[in-house]
Ligand binder design. Structure first.
Ligand code: GAL
Length: 717
């Protein structure tokens, strides 16, 4: 056969093979504005199943209908080599967000990642504590791949031969604009499985797509009120007397405290864990918990899930262990109902049973040097890879169930999560300690369906201590994690008073935080999120500095991927913009979305749709409020209000536009809200002849009502 005939035959073969494998995707609208397609043969065990996610249908219905946001024919799935290749269209001017909890980047177009549950190691390459296979586009839609595998993502990097908009061929010899990354018009993913479920979320805005994703997960979590107070994690070998002394010190010095975290030393042995109280350090845990609860302070317990051969539960759990150990501890196959009963029974007995308020679920993420390898065998038959992608999800799910069956809310910490986990009452943390990157993670958490805390551990200087503390107060969990350092809020006497003021502010803002979390539960709106999700932010993604050269959209659409990327300021709830200060800074720039913005502390107008430079001094973290913004506050208290306790509300009002706000109320501790035992009270405020006129809708008879006296405060003169 001649060479050219041979080539033609080869081409035909390739075309035929492609045709045979290519799959036409059929889209079904599974919830209003959410479509699902099945490519190939998806695996039975996936992210949504591992999480046990049940869509919050009522919330999705309330969002209403929208149209399918992409061209259906341009979404393709091809089966090659037992894997699924997915391709989604990407327009010239589209930016991408999401793909999990990234720490250094917000813009994801042009990135290649492998979405892999892992301990974050300083690089945004997909290896992270929550590598949610979900992205949103600036065009106002979202895509989620429901598969518990390491998914490889090419987010607009590869150039297909059959691209409808191929890049212009350039000559490197003569063209100084030649680009080593030619234009790509697709998001592609390689799913290492014979199929996958694909979800597309309609807009029209990015926020709508994010909300739909969260609501598909069941809506965001609603923490108990006490979860939104302050928490101190103790040095790892603290004993019962140390805990009592800590509680006393907080009270005596007047610092708020809602829960104390015990680190590994509460267990008789750890790494691997016995899940038993150490009898010397904690001779009577029941009495300790009871005494603490009387003071309004709860106890949270650290654990990792690796079972010591000396744990009383070990003989029972052994048949359900994987073929590899972690730190010499058994890795329980918690996907098996029999194993769940035994393992979570051990976490319940003498812990949840005696009033422990929650867990910190550690080391379910990685890294590879200590976790089970991908060649481990699990008795359920689920692969080590699937278990790695879902272990954090399942730990959260089954611990939450321990509390749910007692009709008691919990709020804890976890080091790994994934798609499907948005409704779990857990906050992600890690050992990485870069303050700036912690803020970027907070921004990305809103795209990943998780909560993240920029925890405070230790600091070299009083300035760093205060700066870290300030941003931590504007996050899902206000926490000092002193497991190694033994630090306290007052460790740096030079700033002890400022730290106290911030901790008090956290408590004062509880009615706001609580309402914002309720909006995440019922409406899917992430309480902490990127500026890019603000409706009046569109068009504000202006580069902070002029690009190096003129960007030619035809040849070079994303020459500078970071142009206009906002990584150091974020929205906290409906009305607040937070712009943290970092050690060594005395001033910073802040980009204000369109509309008037006011200083949180003074109520003064600071700008409108512009970049401002601020010099706040060491005492203040820059915080701004929207025009017409309402912040419901309560008096600073040392502990969160108890279930049903009435609290006075001061409604702070900023700016000049009439404002309205939905104040959420329920008992603060149980799941009775799931049965309708809650209210959203309408607050309305306006300025009439320079005077403030405000009102709050009446309490509803028969529903929880914790609102005491309501006063209105005009912040802007
Ligand atoms: C780490 C965890 C820390 C602390 C420590 C205790 O893995 O991230 O926050 O809990 O374990 O050994």
């Amino acid at each position: 056969m001649s060479l050219s005939k041979y080539s033609i035959l080869c081409c035909l073969l390739v075309i035929i093979t492609c045709k045979l494998n290519a799959q036409q995707l059929a889209w079904t609208e599974v919830e209003p504005g959410i479509w699902k397609a099945v490519a190939g043969k998806p695996e039975a065990f996936d992210l949504l199943k591992a999480a046990g996610a049940i869509p919050y249908h009522a919330g999705l219905v309330q969002m209403g209908d929208t149209s399918f946001p992409l061209s259906k024919t341009e979404i393709t799935a091809t089966m090659v080599d037992g894997k699924t290749y997915l391709c989604f269209p990407l327009d010239r001017t589209e930016q991408l967000y999401g793909f999990g909890l990234n720490f250094q980047t917000v813009h994801q177009r042009g990135r290649i990642m492998t979405l892999h549950v892992d301990n974050y190691a300083g690089k945004d390459d997909g290896h992270t504590h929550c590598p949610t296979p979900f992205y949103v586009s600036s065009k106002g839609y979202g895509v989620f791949i429901n598969c518990a595998r390491y998914i490889k993502v090419y987010a607009g990097t590869a150039v297909r031969v059959n691209s409808k908009t191929p890049p212009v061929v350039q000559d490197r010899n003569t063209d100084k604009n030649w680009n080593s990354h030619p234009y790509s018009d697709a998001v592609e993913m390689l799913v290492p499985a014979e199929g996958a479920e694909i979800y597309v979320f309609g807009g029209p805005t990015m926020m709508d797509a994010v909300r739909r994703y969260n609501l598909l997960n069941g809506g965001g979590c609603l923490p108990p009120r006490w979860g939104l107070g302050f928490t101190q994690r103790m040095q790892r070998l603290t004993d019962a007397a140390g805990v009592a002394a800590e509680a006393e010190a907080f009270e005596e010095k007047g610092y708020p405290l809602d829960f104390i975290g015990l680190e590994p030393g509460w267990q008789s042995k750890s790494y691997p864990c016995t899940f038993e109280w150490d009898k010397t350090r904690f001779p009577d845990p029941k009495a300790l918990i009871r005494d603490m609860l009387k003071k309004g302070i709860r106890i949270n317990l650290w654990t990792n899930p690796y079972v010591s051969p000396e744990a009383p539960v070990f003989p029972l759990i052994k048949p359900y262990a994987a073929s590899y150990t972690v730190w010499n501890g058994a890795v329980v196959d918690i996907s098996m109902p029999e194993a769940q009963k035994i393992f979570f029974g051990a976490l319940s007995k003498n812990k949840v049973d005696i009033g422990v308020s929650g867990y910190k679920i550690d080391e379910v993420d990685g890294g590879d040097t200590y976790l089970w390898p991908d060649v481990a065998i699990f008795p359920s038959g689920h692969s080590a890879e699937q278990m790695r992608q879902t272990y954090g999800l399942m730990m959260q799910r089954y611990v939450t169930e321990l509390y749910h069956e007692r009709n008691q809310r919990t709020y804890g910490l976890v080091r790994a999560s994934n798609g499907g986990g948005a409704s779990f009452p857990y906050v992600i943390y890690n050992d990485y300690y870069n303050h700036r990157d912690f803020i970027t993670a907070l921004i990305n958490s809103g795209f990943a369906g998780v909560l993240w805390t920029p925890e405070v551990r230790a600091s070299k200087t009083a300035e760093e201590w205060l700066r870290r503390f300030q941003s931590n107060v504007f996050s899902p969990m206000a926490m000092i994690n002193a497991w190694a350092s033994g630090t306290k809020p007052w460790t740096f006497p030079e700033v002890a008073e400022q730290v106290k003021q911030m901790a008090n502010l956290r408590m004062q803002m509880m009615p706001y935080w609580y309402s914002e979390f309720a909006k995440c539960h019922f409406q899917g709106i992430p309480p902490f999120r990127a500026m890019n999700l603000e409706p009046d932010f569109a068009g504000m993604e202006v580069p902070k500095k002029a690009p190096k050269k003129k960007v030619d959209l035809e040849t070079d659409p994303y020459e500078d991927l970071s142009a206009g990327e906002i990584k150091d300021q974020y929205m906290a709830g409906e009305n607040i913009l937070v712009a943290p200060m970092f050690t060594g800074e005395t001033s910073r720039t802040v980009i204000l979305p369109k509309g008037k913005w006011y200083d949180f502390y003074t109520g003064k107008l600071v700008g409108d749709g512009q970049m401002i430079t601020v010099t706040p001094g060491l005492d203040k973290i820059p915080v701004y409020v929207k025009d017409g913004g309402i912040i419901p506050m309560m008096p600073a208290m040392l502990h969160a209000p108890k279930a049903g306790q009435k609290v006075d509300i001061e409604v702070r009002y900023y700016g000049e536009k009439p404002g309205s706000y939905k104040l959420y109320d329920d008992d603060g501790e149980t799941f009775n809200y799931e049965k309708g035992e809650y209210t959203f009270r309408d607050i309305k405020v306006e300025k009439v002849n320079g005077k403030i006129v405000g009102n709050i809708s009446d309490a509803i008879a028969g529903k929880p009502n914790t609102v005491g006296k309501v006063t209105f405060k005009m912040m802007t003169d």
